[in-house]
Write a protein that binds this ligand. Structure first.
Ligand SMILES: Nc1ncnc2c1ncn2[C@@H]1O[C@H](COP(=O)(O)OP(=O)(O)OP(=O)(O)O)[C@@H](O)[C@H]1O
Length: 458
């Protein structure tokens, strides 16, 4: 079925760019130049995807998105920001945008990939809602197979009943975020928001404003007051991922907020009461960090009333094949394929492989396999194909354009994708391998349009 996209954009160049992009596509583009125009178009037609510019003559893209999603909570959207403004981007994601794009666009292919991704995501979502109900929610639950994980989930259920601070530790990709969400959904706060922040990916000064909020004029560029994620998590759960990366100054502010149950926005004189539960996660050994004085002991003990350690996948090998089968079913449904089953040698390979990137790496591998074939059983070769000569293959497949800047962009994208694959899609690990700071790498990933989590163009 033909999909439809509503572009809300006042800039004629960007509008023309989109019209050009949609000329050869099987989907329909409708272009509205103002918020008012967009509202009237939405009264007459449903769109599979909205692409909203943040700065419109009569509205802010985020405000418009908020307004539209109040009536259509499942509306898929992408936000275009004029500057790489991470605060706008994060707000947009919180309002339910699938993704954000920064202008000027790096390249047409990055833009096209983002639209494709949002549209295929939307069609998969519509599909899974239709076929998934009433089992849809069940499918999103973590798969619990091994004894160690069963024990962990029992503990998670117990702690969910209390309001105690929880520290979830474990290697990257083991499912710490999944456990945090499970605790939230099993707790009395389940009707409130679950807000996740990756403390390691955001520079300290931005993280401060993002978490604790700011008043208008608190700093240059603070043109309007912003409540911050702590306030947004009111009556819900704040998931602080990679807490070990938080600077000592922000650790102190966070401790104060937790002790006083109130937050003081930057530039404000009156604290605002807030009621939220913190679940923190770390891949670092925070006990060591406390001993070495790099992490505040008082904050550590406060957040770690209960500690749950998620074991690496190699220590729960009986879960590998059931997880792989779950992911295979998920991607077959999403990509409308019918690939599988796994052959015996594929099963043996999976069970023996080290999976340094844990469940995320397994999931990503199955996604790659499904994306690169049409049907048939999955043998051992499917798992090793990506590893052999990964470097030379990536370069041969690059087909670099002759324009020097474009060639550099292509090369950087290929490099970053390969780097993220090697690092099991963990930004900290990738930054270590690349010899870059985590923030510098994150900025490059955002700039080149690669999604830090899955290495695909966003
Ligand atoms: N038990 C599980 N059942 C189903 N999917 C899982 C399970 N554990 C992890 N996953 C999937 O693996 C991926 C990684 O999980 P998650 O993001 O929770 O890991 P993490 O430990 O928080 O990673 P990081 O330290 O990099 O933030 C996600 O796509 C998640 O859905």
């Amino acid at each position: 079925m033909q999909q439809s996209v509503l572009l809300v954009e006042d800039d004629p160049h960007t509008g023309a760019l989109f019209q050009g992009l949609f000329e050869d596509r099987d989907s329909q583009l409708v272009w509205a130049q103002t918020g008012g125009d967009a509202r009237s178009r939405l009264r007459n037609q449903d769109f599979d995807l909205l692409v909203l510019d943040q700065r419109l003559p009569d509205a802010q893209g985020i405000d418009l998105l908020r307004e539209i999603r109040a009536r259509r909570p499942r509306q898929a959207a992408l936000l275009i920001t004029g500057y790489s403004d991470i605060a706008d981007a994060v707000t947009a994601m919180r309002e339910g945008a699938q993704d954000y794009l920064t202008k000027p666009f790096e390249s047409l292919s990055v833009l096209e990939a983002a639209i494709d991704r949002a549209l295929s995501f939307e069609s998969a979502r519509q599909h899974s809602r239709q076929v998934g109900e009433p089992g849809g929610d069940r499918d999103r639950r973590p798969l619990v197979v091994s004894k160690a994980m069963r024990h962990l989930m029992e503990q998670a259920d117990l702690v969910a009943a209390s309001d105690a601070g929880v520290l979830v530790s474990g290697e990257t990709g083991t499912g710490k975020g999944v456990i945090a969400q499970h605790i939230h959904h099993a707790s009395r706060r389940s009707k409130g928001p679950f807000i996740a922040v990756d403390c390691g990916a955001i520079p300290e000064n931005l993280l401060e404003g993002l978490l604790f909020g700011y008043e208008r004029g608190a700093f240059t560029g603070a043109s309007q007051a912003n409540p911050g994620l702590v306030e947004a998590a009111h009556q819900g759960t704040l998931f602080l991922d990679e807490l070990g990366e938080m600077s000592p100054r922000l650790q102190m502010t966070l401790l104060r907020v937790l002790e006083e149950r109130a937050v003081l926005r930057l530039g404000a004189s009156q604290p605002r009461p807030c009621d939220f539960r913190v679940i923190a996660a770390t891949h670092r050994n925070l006990h060591e960090a406390v001993k070495e004085g790099r992490f505040r002991a008082d904050l550590f003990y406060r957040l770690r009333a209960v500690e749950l350690h998620v074991p690496p996948l190699r220590e729960r090998r009986d879960a590998i094949v059931p997880l792989a089968e779950r992911f295979l079913a998920e991607f077959n449904a999403r990509d409308e394929r019918n690939i599988g089953p796994f052959t015996d040698d594929a099963v043996q390979y999976m069970q023996a492989a080290p999976w340094p990137g844990n469940v995320r790496e397994l999931r990503h591998t199955i996604e790659r396999i499904v994306a690169t074939r049409l049907d048939g059983p999955i043998g051992f070769g499917a798992f090793t194909a990506g590893e052999q000569n990964a470097g030379t293959m990536a370069l041969q497949e690059l087909q670099l354009p002759l324009d020097a800047r474009q060639a550099q962009d292509h090369f950087e994208q290929a490099y970053l994708r390969q780097l993220m694959d090697r690092a099991g899609h963990n930004v900290s690990q990738a930054a270590r391998l690349a010899g870059l700071s985590r923030q510098a790498l994150h900025a490059r990933l955002v700039r080149t349009g690669i999604h830090p989590r899955n290495g695909r163009p966003s």
